[in-house]
Design a protein. Structure first.
Length: 255
């Protein structure tokens, strides 16, 4: 008698031709080839980290979740991000680790890359990330965008406070803009979200589109090379990140 719902097995050993046990190993299942996960930045950290721990000593996040970035990178390459996706989102992407690394590894970039991979594989985002994504519908819309050229008509500087400073302290944002109007007549205003939240929430498509829109805003308002860009840290970090997408920005922004 066979087992209900299962095919009969000759001599108690399933035929290898049926995709079951390996006859050559006496019925031991054939080992599956390890999955190759495409994470090139993470792979470079796994290959290049010398375990000096200089970054770990400078980062509470790394200190909590790994002995060295190499160990964590190897775990992620084996699929750990699927079991615990929150790890990649706990990194603040401040790049202190990158600055400490004697091998110039992009450790912060590893966590951003893993975030993108989590989104690509449709793994549920941890914590409030889905709400962060939803909030971008408003702050990246025309309802939250204001563009004003410099009072002088020759915009050489640009005040770019982003949505963080504008929402957290609108009074201060207004005071800074009024002060710039009086003291820096060549300073214009670009009020919109810098799209960093989209980047943090692994929405690369929306971030890329927003970065392109910000560049268009720059092109429309700035009549000459920008001599000074004033804004909050997140807005400026978005512009710095944008250099990789728009190399000509590097020549137009001095600070």
């Amino acid at each position: 008698m066979g087992v209900p719902g299962k095919s009969p097995v000759k001599g108690g050993v399933k035929s290898a031709a049926r995709g079951g046990l390996d006859k050559k190993k006496g019925g031991v299942p054939a080992a599956a080839a390890p999955e190759k996960i495409d994470l090139p930045i993470t792979q470079s950290v796994a290959d290049g980290c010398v375990k000096c721990k200089l970054c770990v000593k400078s980062c509470k996040f790394l200190e909590k979740y790994c002995e060295t970035p190499k160990d964590l990178a190897e775990e992620m390459l084996s699929g750990k991000y699927r079991e615990d996706p929150k790890i990649a989102f706990l990194c603040q992407l401040c790049e202190t680790c990158n600055k400490k690394c004697p091998k110039d590894l992009n450790i912060a970039g590893m966590f951003q890359e893993i975030r993108f991979k989590i989104a690509e594989e449709n793994i549920p985002l941890p914590g409030n990330m889905k709400y962060v994504r939803n909030s971008q519908d408003f702050v990246l819309s025309d309802k939250f965008r204001l563009i004003k050229p410099a009072p002088s008509g020759n915009t050489k500087e640009l005040f770019f406070p982003g949505c963080g400073l504008s929402a957290y302290n609108p009074e201060l944002t207004d005071k800074v803009w009024r002060w710039l109007n009086e003291n820096e007549p060549d300073c214009g205003l670009l009020l919109t979200c810098c799209a960093t939240p989209s980047l943090n929430a692994a929405d690369k498509e929306r971030y890329d589109a927003s970065a392109e829109e910000i560049k268009k805003n720059f092109d429309n308002i700035v009549l000459s090379n920008i001599g000074l860009l004033v804004g909050d840290s997140e807005s400026l970090s978005t512009v710095n990140y944008g250099f990789s997408y728009f190399p000509d920005w590097q020549n137009r922004i001095d600070s």
